[in-house]
Write a protein that binds this ligand. Structure first.
Ligand code: SF4
Length: 405
């Protein structure tokens, strides 16, 4: 008998309660998952990232089989296919399904690939809602329609209200929407009081369950972020000039992991100050971090970190000097550079490039309502100082430019 549905489950959709499996009937449906070289090669991918995905996929497939869900799972090395197009076409030829089913992929490249395959073999492709997201795409598009900018804070408040999470009527529980100010202070300081527990959660979806689990297991935790520690040890450092960068990159290459603040305010900040092409920064982040998938990585890197969307997601670039890194970490105590200096032999490259960045974008931001204050500090620099900073910034850029040979 021909198959009714071939259910496609992608590596970042490993949810046993996925809507892909709704109304699953083992007598006429089959799950299809595949380990495909293309997924690790369309950008260069850290070994740890690929291993993590495959391991999670294999665990998931085994879990389905234990529940008597039939799974077709071509493993890497055991099939000749490079990507979705060939592998899925072969799966369809072998199983003769009447429909293809998938939950909304987080990546346009994959959706397009699946649509191409479906149309080339003349099969309907049913794309179901991805319940890993609190808000589905049509609702997000409705929210985004007509807005000049897509500010995370505005969307976040919309979702809090819409899902009734940590709300007290129309107001946020505890009287504050977020604790960003505490997050910006030096770690170890005490934040404001605890945020009371929410009284209700809407039913359904895995994400909502995760929020409820945290609430149940950690009811006494404060809402402040003041207790988080900087997760880097000096021992991991390799001998290199810029301690913060050497440690963050070394750790990233070793483990495929870095803390969000290391990603945003060390590597991301350095790329932004230096003027690295944003698409290259995006490709690097997607490649090196075990938890990087494009739907979350791309807007974070291009929008939040590199300000490469022209201000769609953020109102101003996140820039800081070496003094910020000094305040937030212990890197600078082990570094030959001085974060307070922008010129001279011991000047911290972050600080030099920070002032250079402010000067390069002075016309655009000096009267900006949120960034103006930061830019107005430029008035402290006389022409001689400005010229010295520019010279040192240029020397740094020459030194750090990829060799043309
Ligand atoms: Fe990084 Fe500058 Fe601090 Fe050195 S002095 S660790 S380069 S911020």
């Amino acid at each position: 008998m021909d198959l009714r549905n071939l259910i496609l489950i992608l590596g970042d959709q490993l949810d046993p309660r996925s809507l892909a499996l709704e109304n699953f009937d083992a007598s006429q449906d089959l799950v299809w998952m595949a380990e495909l070289p293309e997924e690790s090669e369309h950008v260069w991918s850290h070994k740890a990232r690929t291993a993590l995905f495959f391991s999670a996929m294999r665990h998931f497939a085994r879990g389905l089989e234990e529940r008597d869900v039939p799974v077709c799972y071509p493993r890497i090395g055991a099939h000749p296919y490079g990507g979705f197009t060939d592998a899925l076409a072969a799966g369809i030829a072998a199983e003769h399904p009447q429909h293809l089913v998938v939950v909304e992929p987080g990546d346009y490249r994959v959706v397009n690939r699946l649509r191409e395959v479906a149309s080339s073999v003349g099969l309907p492709l049913e794309v179901r809602r991805n319940s890993q997201f609190l808000i589905d795409l049509p609702e997000f598009q409705d929210w985004a329609k007509g807005r000049k900018g897509l500010r995370l804070e505005h969307f976040y408040r919309y979702v809090r209200r819409r899902m009734d999470v940590l709300m007290n009527g129309k107001d946020p529980e505890g009287g504050a929407w977020n604790f960003d100010k505490e997050n910006r202070k030096t770690f170890g300081r005490q934040g404001p009081g605890a945020v009371p527990a929410p009284t209700s959660f809407p039913p359904d979806t895995v994400t909502k369950t995760a929020i409820a689990d945290v609430q149940r297991h950690f009811p006494d935790h404060p809402g402040s972020l003041a207790h988080f520690d900087w997760p880097v040890t000096p021992e991991q450092a390799e001998a290199a000039d810029m301690r913060c960068l050497a440690e963050t990159i070394g750790q990233t290459l070793d483990y495929g992991y870095a803390h969000h603040i290391q990603r945003l305010m060390i590597t991301g900040l350095f790329a932004l100050l230096l003027g690295v092409e944003p698409r290259q920064v995006h490709a690097w982040y997607l490649a090196v971090y075990v938890d990087a998938v494009e739907w979350v990585e791309l807007p974070n890197v291009l929008g939040m970190s590199q300000f490469a969307d022209g201000g769609l997601m953020g109102s101003k670039p996140y820039v800081a000097s070496g003094k910020y890194i000094q305040r937030m970490s212990n890197y600078c105590t082990h570094c030959p550079y001085d974060p307070a200096e922008a010129t001279g032999k011991s000047a911290c490259p972050f600080t030099t490039l920070y002032w250079d960045f402010l000067m390069r974008h002075e016309a655009r931001f000096k009267d900006h309502p949120r960034a103006g204050l930061q830019w107005r500090n430029l008035s402290r620099l006389d022409e001689a100082k400005r010229a010295a900073i520019r010279r040192r910034a240029e020397a740094l850029k020459r030194q750090l430019a990829p060799s043309s040979s």
